[in-house]
Design a protein around this ligand. Structure first.
Ligand code: ME8
Length: 512
């Protein structure tokens, strides 16, 4: 297990503005997976970052009276700040304006030109500036850009083209032979039926109409198309070099998962495989196009004015409450919804009631009955087995859900432990045991609860790391590894617990 590696990446966010809660969802989702894999003992490499070139950014910078570099420096720093606020454990935060990336992209472009996959031609088409995409007449919807619904303009320019058409059959076969390559399945079918099977045209991979991009090394009036620039981030930043790929590259590539939003599956499952084949490289193992987060059931847009930002939510509710909502409320394949009201409902019902109360009540009872010392006894009843069964079967269920990328379900299985504990308190009624001076039974019941909370907190740690940390501190234990939850009953007897502190204080009424 020690040598097993796991490379997970997110999309690199456009530095066109502050990331909204939808963009933030992706990074938190990736973080939970990365943390879980680390907990399981994998060597993990988790890469994220920013996508900084293109006409749209050049225009925005000019509007703000800044150079493109000044502009992207600010926004990239802001994106990183938000990822950090969300407690995201990335290993590398990459930028497409980094020298190492730019040089590697130039070499990649040259290699594709030398091997005949890139050639010079003439581009005529309908161009959508905000999306940086050329469209054909048939792709338009009501004469407008099919992605954003805005006007497109007729454009013609000398351009380099990538022979995408050459890879059509290979791609179709690959996707059909590797049913797990694109997930969820609905996205795979969409790619095959709507895009690949109808035919792939060669792709325009250079622009001359603006400057803010990576120069084509042998023809300086061209800059490299942003998607060729952006997609290669997954290899350039782990040391890919066309002549001499580094050991780091050999170690990590192919990536295990590219986690991206549903809108950019097309770029990752069509362009990216073809680019990689052109370089004679393996494909990533999986591309997962997650659904979107809506705000009040409407698409969130940086430009729509309905954006909710993670830092505002964290300030109000705390980082783990926001992580919980994002991880729990967005289903595997359908869009999720966010409102302040829903968030507060979840906060109160799950975090304050089910988890917070349980921990507080249990540690308080231990304080009251046993002076904060962990005790145990030989008492044993059927009800104990039922609790222990639920607790001990959770791990396998969580693992399976994580592997299937069903993160919301995984988190639900963790909460099954806490729910079962609450039920166990109702069933065993420790206060009656105390009143009846049934000390042996009381010791067992409280011990079982403390140990179940510890095991639950280990499984919870990839999702809500800060909360788990607090619980371990209250339990005064360092038993937080995956190994430590293989058996029930490891929590050390005789130790003194710390005083309980409320983990989540109920929200009475929203000010929003
Ligand atoms: O697409 N809910 O960058 P980006 C969930 N630079 N996810 C959302 C979302 C929402 N409401 N809105 C956007 C780009 N996303 C490119 C990527 S990768 C080589 C280049 C997701 O800043 C979106 O699907 O527009 C994408 O995966 C990520 O946020 C960044 O979006």
């Amino acid at each position: 297990m020690e040598n097993k590696k796991f490379y997970i990446s997110t999309a690199i966010a456009y530095t066109s503005g502050k990331p909204h809660i939808g963009n933030t969802y992706e990074i938190v989702l990736a973080d939970a997976i990365a943390r879980f894999k680390r907990l399981e003992g994998y060597q993990v490499y988790f890469q994220t970052g920013t996508d900084e070139h293109g006409e749209k950014i050049e225009i925005k910078a000019t509007e703000e009276g800044k150079t493109p570099k000044e502009f992207v420096d600010e926004i990239s720093a802001e994106i990183k700040r938000i990822w950090d606020i969300m407690n995201v454990s990335y290993d590398k935060f990459v930028r497409t304006t980094d020298d190492i990336h730019k040089k590697a992209v130039q070499k990649i472009f040259k290699k594709m030109y030398d091997n005949g996959d890139i050639y010079l031609g003439q581009y005529k088409g309908l161009y959508c500036t905000p999306c940086e995409s050329f469209w054909t007449e048939t792709q338009l919807i009501d004469g407008k850009c099919p992605d954003c619904g805005r006007e497109v303009t007729e454009s013609s320019e000398e351009a380099y083209f990538f022979r995408l058409s050459k890879y059509q059959e290979k791609l179709e076969k690959y996707i059909e032979d590797h049913p797990d390559f694109i997930q969820p399945e609905s996205r795979k079918n969409e790619m095959l039926n709507n895009f690949i099977k109808p035919g792939l045209q060669d792709l325009c991979v250079s622009r001359t109409s603006f400057d803010w991009g990576i120069e084509v090394p042998f023809d300086k009036k061209h800059v490299v198309y942003v998607w060729l620039d952006a997609l290669t981030n997954y290899i350039t930043n782990i040391g890919y070099d066309v002549d001499n790929p580094s050991d780091e590259f050999k170690k990590w590539w192919p990536a295990d998962i590219h986690l991206i939003g549903k809108d950019i599956v097309r770029f990752h499952s069509i362009y990216w495989p073809a680019f990689l084949w052109s370089l004679n490289l393996e494909l990533p193992k999986k591309i997962f196009g997650h659904p979107w987060l809506l705000s009040n059931n409407d698409k969130i847009g940086k430009s729509r004015g309905n954006a909710i930002y993670a830092d505002d939510l964290v300030e109000k509710y705390g980082v783990d409450a926001v992580r919980y909502y994002l991880l729990h409320e967005i289903p595997y394949a359908n869009d999720g919804n966010l409102t302040y009201e829903l968030l507060e409902e979840r906060y109160n019902s799950d975090l304050a009631n089910i988890l917070g109360n349980l921990v507080n009540r249990t540690i308080s009872m231990n304080k009251k009955y046993f002076d904060n010392i962990v005790v145990n006894s030989d008492s044993k009843e059927e009800i104990d087995d039922s609790l222990i069964n639920t607790v001990m079967s959770a791990k396998e269920k969580v693992e399976k859900c994580i592997d299937e990328l069903r993160i919301a379900d995984a988190l639900d299985h963790v909460f099954e432990i806490f729910r079962r504990c609450n039920k166990y308190i109702d069933e065993t009624m420790p206060w009656i045991l105390a009143k009846d001076e049934n000390k042996d039974r009381l010791k067992k019941v409280i011990y079982n609860l403390l140990e179940s909370i510890r095991i639950g907190s280990v499984l919870l740690s990839p999702f809500l790391p800060e909360t788990s940390e607090k619980i371990f501190k209250e339990l005064n234990t360092e038993l937080n590894s995956y190994d430590s939850i293989k058996e029930f009953g490891k929590l050390e007897i005789g130790k003194s617990l710390n005083n309980p502190e409320p983990l989540f204080i109920r929200i009475e009424k929203s000010a929003n």
